[in-house]
Write a protein that binds this ligand. Structure first.
Ligand SMILES: Nc1ncnc2c1ncn2[C@@H]1O[C@H](COP(=O)(O)OP(=O)(O)OP(=O)(O)O)[C@@H](O)[C@H]1O
Length: 289
């Protein structure tokens, strides 16, 4: 790899917008992600986080959405994402070098097939290997994501596993092709707090060892602080601020400051009421007019 390739961002997004009919979900989004960098997208419900992530991943319905961008490239290659609503264009189901993990592993996994058959099918679609080699690799992958009895889990169907185990299986599937970028949409919000932290630690460890960059949509500012390098803040479809996670407390935009105030902490436990998004919005409107 020459130095240009090494310094080139894994993901470059310039002036990306997503529209559903007349409603603009994302407007003028621009940012880059470096190799191995972990970036969080935060913002209240409806601010456009998922639309942004899905547009990059190619998971938008061309019948209802219009995606446009000046630049959208992965590892220097342009991603074909300019869909026009109402026209039946092919959505790329799999983009080489890019994987996605969703909030609800149950809806991503097929309930009928065993974990082993789903994992080996993915491996065989990305690598040249025999069925038995793929099963061996699948068992190893389950072991790597901390599944205690991988041979039993290979034979299990998704409903026989806990939520945390299912999410680990999804992470194993997503990282099996060693993607340059993993997009994770609320990967831990269906899990209880301790399982969520363990799952995040796993994501960080695996992405770090593989040099995979992470773009994570989340509501959880504390997860950003602990597990990501950089934060992108969205408000009403626009990126209003981007800053290193370690410097979140120095955020300048009133919306980011408001998000930080909404995080429950031990210090806020004595307050009668936490600030709400509504109260934060009112104060932003007072500031910005
Ligand atoms: N398929 C769709 N068709 C029409 N409008 C949509 C569609 N998906 C999202 N929207 C609208 O786009 C806007 C942004 O939604 P989006 O889901 O991207 O926000 P979000 O920040 O991810 O929200 P949440 O945190 O609740 O998932 C919202 O107004 C939403 O209603």
């Amino acid at each position: 790899m020459d130095s240009t390739t090494e310094s080139r961002p894994v993901l470059e997004v310039r002036d990306l917008s997503v529209r559903y009919g007349n409603s603009v979900a994302v407007s003028g989004a621009s940012f880059t992600i470096a190799r191995g960098q972990r970036v969080a997208v935060v913002g209240e419900s409806g601010s456009g986080k998922t639309s942004l992530a899905n547009a990059i991943a190619g998971f938008v319905d061309p019948m209802s959405a219009v995606v446009e961008s000046e630049v959208l490239s992965l590892d220097g290659s342009a991603l074909q994402r300019t869909f026009t609503a109402g026209r039946q264009e092919r959505i790329p189901r799999r983009t080489p070098g890019l994987s996605m993990v969703f909030q609800d592993a149950m809806s991503s996994l097929d309930p009928v097939w065993t974990v082993g058959s789903q994992l080996t099918a993915v491996l065989r679609s990305t690598e040249r290997c025999t069925r038995s080699e793929a099963r061996e690799r699948a068992t190893d992958l389950l072991d790597r994501v901390g599944i205690v009895d991988p041979r039993r889990v290979m034979r299990a169907r998704p409903h026989e596993l806990s939520g945390g185990m299912r999410q680990r299986v999804m992470i194993a599937i997503a990282l099996s092709g060693r993607p340059a970028l993993l997009i994770a949409d609320e990967p831990t919000s269906a899990l209880d707090a301790s399982v969520a932290v363990r799952t995040m630690k796993l994501l960080v460890e695996l992405t770090r060892t593989q040099g995979t960059a992470l773009l994570m949509v989340t509501h959880d500012i504390e997860l950003c602080r602990r597990f990501t390098d950089h934060v992108i803040v969205m408000y009403r479809g626009e990126i209003v601020e981007q800053l290193p996670s370690a410097r979140l407390d120095e955020a300048e935009h009133p919306y980011t400051q408001g998000l930080l105030q909404c995080v429950p902490t031990l210090a806020s436990a004595g307050l009668e009421q936490l600030p709400t998004f509504e109260s934060v919005r009112r104060s932003i409107e007072e500031v910005t007019g």
